[in-house]
Design a protein. Sequence first.
Length: 554
Amino acid sequence: MDHSFSAKPAFVSEDLPKDEKDDNMLHQQQSHEVGEIVDGVLFERTEVRQGLHQRHIQMIALAGAVGTGLFLGSGRAVANAGPLGAWLGYTFVGCLIAPVVLAMGEMGTLVPLNGGVVRFAELFVDPALSFANGWNLVYSYAVSIPAEIVAAAVLVEFWVTVNNAIWITVFGILMLITAFSIVRIYGEVEFAFCTLKILLIIGVNLMALVVTCGGGPNHESIGFRYWKHPGPFVQYLGINGSLGRFLGFWTVFNNAIYSYSGIEAVTLVAAETANPRKVIPQATKRIFWRILIFYVLTIFMIGLVVPSNDPNLLHSTGTAAQSPFVISASRAGIPVVSSIINAVVITSAFSSGNANLLGGARVLYALAKNGRAPGIFTRLNRFKIPYLAVAFYGVFMALGFMTLSGSASTVFSWLQDLVSVSTLVNWIVICITYLRFYYGCKAQNIDRKKELPWAAPLQPWSTWIAMTFFVLLYFTGGYTTFMHHHWSTETFVSSYINMPIVIGLYFGYKYVCKTEVIPLDKIPIRQFLELVDVEEPKSDEPKSWKNRLDILWS
């Protein structure tokens, strides 16, 4: 076969041996646009700095998704559905999200580029889908970042009351300093904050166990008292019977989706991760157990120590006062817990905003790399960070100041509500993208278990099931607006406007740019398999029995 070309591809690394350069040149036989992306893998991984190592990715995967949704918002789930309803809801959503994380891990291990699903949709489905969901994510991050900054500022009010503008400015500047610095700094900050979150989860669960068994200052044993009265389920919206209990259970899904959001982001910085084809699978294949253990166990313990009819569960303060663990500690006579929880939740809010800033910048960078956003967002500073993409989100941090005004705060709340459903739409897009990838492997006679660097288990059926339920949850997310005397324009718009916008962006881009869905037999999977052999040849070294038994740490 003739490997000669008249011109050298722009993305061939000078450090590769001649034979490997020739192999990379073969990729030009694909369409020019897809060929550039495939050849760009080696170039992009030399262009950015691999500052994230195994311990960073493992810790981010372990506790990166844990935030205010668990520490502060979980009490609302118990209030709406009861202890058993909340526990079942979080367990069910955890089972649905696991295939999403596994699918992202499989694709990210083969294609270790920054941007996550934005890059995968470009390669495996249609550039128009990458454009539509990419800008959906850009919007989501642009509003989520100031929301986390505001949350951190409000949490400080638990101790001292000053103008929130001061804390919004301080936290915003600190996030920008971290984001503009080398990615290793982000990794160390997340490692420290994730450690604090894990210690807090362990601590509050142990406290809940002690209180349940009667080890608190009042020495009152609770046991399963609150499961008997007021009961395991709640009659939601005052509707009696099984329908009221079912609606309460179904409402938990909205809380759970918010709490679990972000767990799929482990591949967003794949190009900046050292040895991604080893680290990403290790972090991904254990995340199901990690998240399930943390969330499901925590929700179970909350249901033991706080009755679902406690009025404080639905009293939103934005501080540790609304945490179900603080409520249970106060009921048991342990007041010091509130300050400890508030301090760690501040770091969680900052950590979440920091992660959103990093992830949002990489999504915008990925869009720009493929020509779906202005090319200036691919520019890197001397730390190999897409600084203009970071600066873009820095401008949107000013949205946080809207909360200082009553009328502007209402608008900002609407923006936040619109963001919440974008997570669900993103998960649906991930499922679609992975299924195209899976059936592309089938069409090209690629044995996933033998040829891919890592293949996710339980596929494709788990992804089909997850996508089906995600679509169902999307259409039923605002079900209360269709009930008599429960109409809410804000709820209706925030629940259903996102999908039409994404679909409009998709078909609008297809019309303007004349893109087509990539045929299954043309998806560039073989080309990436060749790059795997070039970069990291497979090892036949068997796994030790310790690694096979380990489900939490590598």
